[in-house]
Design a binder for this molecule. Sequence first.
Ligand code: ATP
Length: 238
Amino acid sequence: AIGRELLGVGKLVTGYGAAPVLEEVSLQVRQGELVALLGANGAGKSTLMRSLAGLHRPVKGGMHFDGADISGLSPDAIVARGLVLVPEGRQVFKELSVLDNLRLGAFLYPQDRESRVEEMLERFPRLRERLHQRAGLLSGGEQQMLAVARGLMSRPKAMLLDEPSLGLAPKVIAELFAALDRLRAENMTILLVDQMAALALALADRAYVLEGGRVAAQGTAMEIAANNRLAEAYLGGH
Ligand code: ATP
């Protein structure tokens, strides 16, 4: 069931130096929603995700999560509030074991770590088979599962998923999206950036399209998928 607004971005302005990347971007994600954030390469999707995670400091505008202002909070404080980023490129610690990567996801909850690891191994059985291997030896798909599992270790209220399908084979992408569909069935709130726009829209409740640093379109996933101009720009070939 979809509930109240959990995540809100209001007129966010940011960039790197002089040229702005985002110009007054606003969006909302409600409890239990899966919202897709679409846009060409360089549109600023990762910048928005990193801003929400406290990894990039916006110039102006507001960011709210679960009723609190999160602008200016440290990345750790944002995780503690229940918002977790699964970054582009997975960013698993390749030299560490799968187990230690998972444990790091619960760095705020050391006393409860091992039971959470067990939960993740039940959710992602493939990781159990690889538990003591170095994460760098996993396939791309397994590394992405590990990155999602590491994010879940803090028991977030919402997840920011940045390009989870990047570089994965179609069959692996299907498995990954099935795992995301299970998460949303459990009422997880998700903001998803993915180049596989047709797949993302098939999973999403709603979507926003970023163009030129602004929200160029927003609507239900069906509305966005049915828009000819957007379909041509973002859904071609997938
Ligand atoms: P992609 O899918 O290619 O990652 P994106 O929509 O996520 O695209 P961003 O990564 O947010 O886009 O990048 C937006 C713009 O900001 C791009 O023009 C990019 O070159 C620039 N940019 C991103 N990170 C930095 C940085 N650390 N320093 C300077 N410019 C940056």
